[in-house]
Design a protein around this ligand. Structure first.
Ligand code: SPV
Ligand code: MG
Length: 288
C-alpha cells in the first residue's frame, strides 16, 4: 500500500515528476539510486531483454515473475506497463490481482487489442472499442482498488483526431482510471500540448516523450502534465554500451584500455547488497 500511495502522490501533487524506465531489477535500482521517485517497467524493455518482440510474446505470468524480482529490489513504486491487460476484462482481473499481491504500485493498460503492437511500429494501430476498454478498467478497479490504475490512450498514435483522444480519456477517468496517459509518436510535443490545453483535468496526465525527447521539462510542467516517463532510454544506453565494449574486445582481445569504460566489479556486488549478506552471516551462521 505504501508504494501505491507514493505513486499516487507523484501523479496528484503539483508539479512534474519523472518516472525512469527499467527492464530488470538492476536497471530499476540504478534509476532509484540516481534519485528517480518511481520506475516505469517497460513492456518493450522486458521483451527486448528476453530476445522477444513487444507483441505479447512474453506471457503475462513471465512478465509478473520479472516484476516481482524488480519490485522486491526497490523502495520506490513501479508503474507496470501491462500492455492491453493481456486480453479481455477477465485477463485484466487476473493480472491486477497478481500485481496487487506483488505490491509494485501501479498498472498501466492501453486501449489497443491483444496481441499489442509497439506504438512506434507501423501505422495500422487498431484501437479497442471505448466501451469494451472501459469494461477492462472497471474490472481492474473492482478487483484491485488499491492498485494505482493508469489508462493509456493510443488515439493520437493511431492517427485519430484530438477530440476522440479527449473523449476517450474522459470516459477512462469516469470508468475508474486514477490517471490517463496520452501517447504521441510525433517528433514535437504540439499534439500533447494541444491535448493538455483542452483537457478538463478530470484525472492527472502522464506522457512519454520518446520521440519528442528534447522538450524542456518546464514546457510539460506549464502545460499541466503530472508525470513524464523516460520509457526506454536506459535500455538503449545499455545496448549501446554493451555493443561498444563487445566490438572493441572482440577486435583487440585484451581489456587493456577498456577497464575504465565499464563498471567496477565492486559495483556489481553493491547492487546486489552483498554487505547485508556479510552482516547476516555474522549474526546467523553460529547463533548458539
Ligand atoms: C514501453 O516502454 O514499453 C512503452 C512505451 O509502452 S513506448 O515504447 O514508448 O510506447
Ligand atoms: Mg509498452
Amino acid at each position: 500500500m505504501e508504494k501505491v500511495r507514493a505513486l499516487a502522490s507523484l501523479f496528484e501533487r503539483a508539479g512534474l515528476d519523472f518516472l525512469m524506465g527499467a527492464h530488470d531489477a538492476v536497471s530499476a535500482q540504478i534509476a532509484q539510486d540516481a534519485g528517480f521517485p518511481g520506475i516505469w517497467v517497460s513492456g518493450l524493455g522486458l521483451s527486448a531483454t528476453n530476445g522477444l518482440r513487444d507483441s505479447n510474446e512474453l506471457s503475462w505470468t513471465q512478465v509478473m515473475e520479472r516484476i516481482e524480482m524488480l519490485s522486491d529490489r526497490i523502495a520506490v513504486p513501479a508503474l507496470v506497463d501491462m500492455d492491453t491487460g493481456y486480453g479481455d476484462f477477465n485477463n485484466v482481473r487476473l493480472a491486477v490481482r497478481r500485481l496487487r499481491r506483488i505490491g509494485a504500485g501501479g498498472a498501466c493498460i492501453e486501449d489497443k487489442l491483444f496481441p499489442k503492437t509497439n506504438s512506434f511500429l507501423g501505422d495500422g494501430q487498431a484501437l479497442a472499442e471505448p466501451g469494451e476498454f472501459c469494461g477492462r478498467l472497471k474490472a481492474a478497479k473492482d478487483t484491485a482498488a488499491d492498485v494505482f490504475l493508469v489508462a493509456r490512450c493510443e488515439a493520437l498514435v493511431a492517427g485519430r483526431p484530438l477530440a476522440e483522444a479527449l473523449d476517450r480519456c474522459g470516459m477512462y477517468a469516469e470508468s475508474g482510471a486514477d490517471a490517463v496517459l496520452i501517447h504521441s509518436k510525433k517528433t514535437n510535443p504540439d499534439e500533447i500540448l494541444a491535448f493538455m490545453a483542452e483537457w478538463d483535468g478530470s484525472a492527472p496526465v502522464a506522457v512519454v516523450p520518446t520521440k519528442y525527447a528534447d522538450v524542456p521539462a518546464s514546457v510539460l510542467e506549464e502545460a499541466g502534465v503530472s508525470v513524464a516517463i523516460w520509457a526506454n532510454q536506459s535500455l538503449r544506453a545499455a545496448i549501446a554500451a554493451m555493443r561498444r565494449l563487445c566490438t572493441q574486445l572482440a577486435q583487440q582481445r585484451t581489456m587493456r584500455g577498456l577497464e575504465g569504460e565499464i563498471a567496477e566489479l565492486s559495483q556489481v556486488f553493491e547492487l546486489a547488497n552483498n554487505a547485508e549478506l556479510d552482516q547476516a552471516k555474522t549474526r546467523y551462521s553460529r547463533y548458539v
